[in-house]
Design a protein around this ligand. Structure first.
Ligand SMILES: [Zn+2]
Length: 98
């Protein structure tokens, strides 16, 4: 992972967290606004924020479930082999000849 890629990932994470936080704050702040009924601009903005919060929440659920499944696989591998199984041809330094 290059330094530039790490910076890009950090920036994307910061933007996602900021959009989640500000969308949530806007929804909370405008929860009891003076609604004019149909065509209310605040209600449209709240709907957009709700969609953003829902999408980011779905993304977070995907990331957390992936990390959980990965940790379960590593835990099961550790219990079975006593360590993470890293036996492959490269680590065992097997010389392949034709
Ligand atoms: Zn409204």
């Amino acid at each position: 992972m290059t330094k530039r890629f790490k910076k890009l990932c950090t920036a994307v994470c910061i933007l996602l967290i900021a959009s989640f936080a500000f969308s949530s704050l806007f929804i909370i702040a405008e929860a009891d606004h003076d609604c004019v009924g149909e065509g209310c601009h605040v209600c449209q903005a709240v709907r957009v924020c709700l969609n953003a919060v829902g999408s980011i929440s779905l993304l977070l659920v995907g990331i957390v479930s992936t990390l959980f499944l990965k940790s379960v696989v590593l835990f099961c591998s550790y219990r079975k082999y006593g360590a993470v199984n890293t036996n492959n041809l490269i680590n065992l330094k097997v010389k392949l000849s034709i």
